[in-house]
Ligand binder design. Structure first.
Ligand code: NAD
Length: 353
């Protein structure tokens, strides 16, 4: 007996689901540097049509231990959202600090067209965004990046800056040396020179780019003013919640600051520490040529990254493209879709029989 439209592969009511295993297959099949470049291209294309998107700061539920957030956005064709958490204490208990999944839907009828894991995808899109921004702001011919905080995001950041900016070396520092050793092992054979350092002071020596990606639910001081020389680009990704920052205020006062979406960054970014009148530059305007990126070799540029919904939308759009080209996924029967749209109850009743 048929009580609903037959769930056939590719059927409108079936939703492609990209699992963690499928995402790893996508990355390993295409090659991680290719995937990072392709996601960055999707992000850049979407940033260049910024006014077309509905935008809102993410909706956050804070607790003493962490935060759970929803990150929605839409253009005229698609709606997307990501569910994501941030729990710095998780790592010590054997859990990820950040986990996520997301949905892309058709604006035309509201049906989801993709459900995807987004823990790996968030690391990919965060790194792709950082490196894309690095292409606009890092000093010319930057070859060395320091990474402070060598947890889950670290290797993705290193490889994205290799693929998009062309760095040749990474210098690693983490308060837990085991994290740096893990990152160095994972980056062996990547073509990057990897050096593990014993302090924040040491790690920044000779680095034209400094990435901070530590996790701590407090106003930490990972970078002090004396650690930042002229001409450096700072890619600050770890400070992304109210009361959770990484840079000393003096570093901000010496930098030209670039942000994703000011209404969200004022709540969550390093600029929480500044007066609301402080000048900021929006990255989409740099990408469209309406605002300047790096203007001179001695300028300190700061990407105050918090992660914005459009980056997730772009990443989901990319994964959807890959699925349409045959990337691994399963079809989920997650939408009730009776033959007669008004006979939802009848569909349930016939299933009983
Ligand atoms: P993680 O817990 O896996 O790693 C964090 C690392 O930082 C750990 O190895 C820890 O030992 C180290 N650390 C903590 N305090 C330190 C200090 N004072 N000096 C040096 N190292 C220190 O976390 P993760 O998944 O790599 O994420 C890192 C941060 O990035 C988190 O705060 C997360 O919320 C943030 N994040 C931001 C974005 C974004 O778009 N901006 C995206 C993803 C994650």
């Amino acid at each position: 007996m048929t009580y609903a439209k037959k769930p056939a592969p590719g059927h409108l009511a079936m939703v492609p689901f990209v699992s963690v295993a499928d995402m790893m297959d996508l990355v390993n099949t295409r090659g991680i540097e290719t995937v990072l470049r392709e996601i960055a291209a999707h992000i850049e294309a979407d940033f260049k049509r910024w006014p077309e998107f509905d935008k809102t700061p993410r909706v956050a539920a804070h607790s003493p231990e962490g935060v759970i957030e929803l990150m929605p956005t839409a253009d005229a064709q698609n709606y997307g959202f990501k569910y994501v958490n941030g729990h710095p204490k998780n790592m010590k208990e054997g859990f990820q600090t950040v986990t996520a999944f997301g949905v892309l839907s058709s604006v035309a009828n509201g049906y989801p067209i993709l459900l995807s894991e987004m823990t790996v995808l968030t690391a990919l899109r965060t790194a792709a965004t950082s490196a894309l921004v690095g292409r606009y702001l890092a000093p010319e011919n930057a070859a060395t990046m320091a990474i402070i905080g060598n947890g889950a995001q670290c290797e993705f950041q290193a490889l994205a800056f290799k693929a998009l900016v062309g760095i040749k070396a990474v210098r690693l520092f983490d308060i837990d040396r085991a994290a740096s050793e893990k990152a160095a092992r994972n980056l062996a054979g990547s073509g990057l020179d990897v050096v593990i350092c014993d302090s924040g002071q040491e790690v920044v020596q000779g680095a034209e780019i400094i990435t901070t990606c530590t996790a701590d639910k407090q106003n930490a001081t990972i970078l002090t003013d004396n650690m930042v020389g002229a001409g450096v680009h700072i890619n600050a990704i770890g400070g992304d919640c109210p009361g959770k920052t990484e840079l000393h205020r003096d570093v901000l006062l010496r930098s030209d600051i670039f942000v994703e979406y000011p209404p969200q960054t004022w709540i969550e970014g390093e600029i929480q520490q500044l007066d609301k009148t402080h000048p900021l530059t929006e990255l989409w305007q740099v990408m469209t040529g309406q605002a300047k990126g790096r203007t001179d070799a001695r300028q300190i540029t700061l990407f105050d990254s918090v992660g914005f919904a459009i980056e997730d939308f772009s990443a989901l759009r990319y994964v959807h493209d890959c699925v349409q080209q045959g990337a691994a996924h399963v079809e989920l029967d997650m939408l009730a879709d009776p033959d007669d749209p008004r006979d939802l109850f009848g569909m349930v009743k016939r299933a009983e029989a």
